[in-house]
Ligand binder design. Sequence first.
Ligand SMILES: [Fe+2]
Ligand SMILES: [Fe+2]
Length: 227
Amino acid sequence: MRKLIVKLMVVQADTEFASIQQHRPWLDQAPTLEDRWIEARIVADEARHGLQACRILRDFGEEGQKFIDELLAKREGEHKLDAFNMKFDRWADVGAFTCFVDRVGVYQLRAFQECSYGPLARAMPLMLSEEQLHLNFGFSVLKRIVKDGAKYADSKALAQKAVQKWYPRALDMFGHSNSETSRKAIEMGLKRWTNEEARAKYLQEITPLVASIGLELPSPDFDRHVP
Ligand SMILES: [Fe+2]
Ligand SMILES: [Fe+2]
């Protein structure tokens, strides 16, 4: 169980630190003042989430500290999951990333709610409420671009392109359908859902949401790297 918690927290912290690197250029490039402020808040939240995951690692002594040192040394492009090695080339990428990728993060965190390891379970409520802001922001960015693309230096076609770019990477984040790690995590009471169950819930939520703003989702098999 100890090994598994360490493994899960290393991946968790890696995503938090990576997204800081991805958001960073937009702190002073986002189109409106409000957007810049929310970008700054997201960066602060992700730093806090990384810290929280590392605090759990720290409880495991030297072994945990070794992983923390490695995590802090990682540069852009060196992260574990593909979604966190891609750049935000335009504003629509910021919207699609927070709408699609942060939403997967919420499912991963919800899977840890009421988990059998106390320090992890107790970290969830605050992290979840902060993540909720991120994905609502992402949705509103995409919605604004679709409605009034020119004003935000992006257009509906670029928003659709961002959907094609981030949606497959978001679906990949749930992990392999027959993952041994996920099976073990459920057995030990660390997680509530298998990768496939979580992915199915996500699809149910995201499909009508994207349609409601006039964008289209590609098929769930499109451009997938992790089956
Ligand atoms: Fe986060
Ligand atoms: Fe987030």
